[in-house]
Design a protein around this ligand. Structure first.
Ligand code: ADP
Ligand code: MG
Length: 226
């Protein structure tokens, strides 16, 4: 196995002067290709902050961030956007689907925007992914007509559109009932096993974390891995 992404001595501070809070305090973490890892920690411990940095959506205050051999720490915004579109997928606690768009439109929309048009290739990839997440029979349903678990599966299909090496999921089951949450975790496990996509899944649910192969805990702004 080789290292997919590594952060070293990561520091992230919000605010200034008296309002300054240091959230990440010299955090080190690495993910190997094909990892299925849970990111655990209580609310406010910095899980979303870390995922946002790993997703290149925010720069750390200091520290180093390398993914696929590229040092992203001082990369320019345009380079980061391109890197993110090619290599990273996101799933959030709230699915952020466009309510009046169909499941299929939701999956292919970001790619269509990035490419400036909707291609036949993107459409067939979207269809294939919806089949993959068990929603082949719901492709033309609007987002509002889907259950919470189904919406989250559409969000997973959308995250996989560009065949990212890394999917960052921020509390993807936080808004689901137990049964739907377990189904979503099962699906993530299958995709990880079959496609070797690396997943980092933040959660404060120990049972969800136990469904992952590794658990990484954020404790006082640093990580403790197992
Ligand atoms: P978690 O996802 O583990 O709940 P977060 O990364 O969201 O933790 O937040 C960690 C800490 O950083 C919290 O105390 C939160 O209030 C603070 N924080 C997060 N985002 C911001 C921001 N944009 N500005 C100021 N403080 C923030
Ligand atoms: Mg969070």
């Amino acid at each position: 196995m080789s290292t997919l992404v590594e952060v070293t001595d990561l520091i992230k501070t919000y605010g200034e002067g008296e309002a300054e809070t240091r959230v990440l305090k010299g955090l080190d973490m690495a993910l190997q290709e094909g990892d299925l890892a849970a990111l655990l920690g209580p609310s406010g411990s910095g899980k979303s902050t870390l995922l946002t940095i790993l997703g290149t959506l925010m720069q750390p205050t200091s520290g180093r961030h390398v993914m696929l051999g590229e040092d992203l720490t001082r990369a320019k915004d345009t380079a980061l956007t391109e890197f993110r579109n090619r290599h990273i997928g996101f799933v959030f606690q709230f699915h952020h689907l466009l309510p009046d768009f169909t499941a299929l439109e939701n999956v292919i929309f970001p790619t269509a925007i990035a490419e400036g048009r909707e291609t036949a290739k993107a459409r067939s990839r979207g269809e294939e992914l919806l089949e993959r997440v068990g929603l082949g029979h719901r492709m033309d349903f609007r987002a509002t007509q889907l259950s919470g678990g189904q919406k989250q599966r559409v969000a997973i299909a959308r995250a996989l559109m560009n065949q990212p090496e890394l999917v960052l999921a921020d509390e993807p089951t936080g808004n689901l009932d137990r049964e739907s949450a377990e189904q979503v975790m099962e699906l993530i496990g299958e995709i990880n096993a079959q496609e070797k996509t690396t997943f980092l899944i933040s959660t404060h649910d120990e049972k969800i974390a136990a469904a992952c192969r590794r658990q990484i805990k954020v404790v006082d702004g640093k990580t403790v891995s197992s």
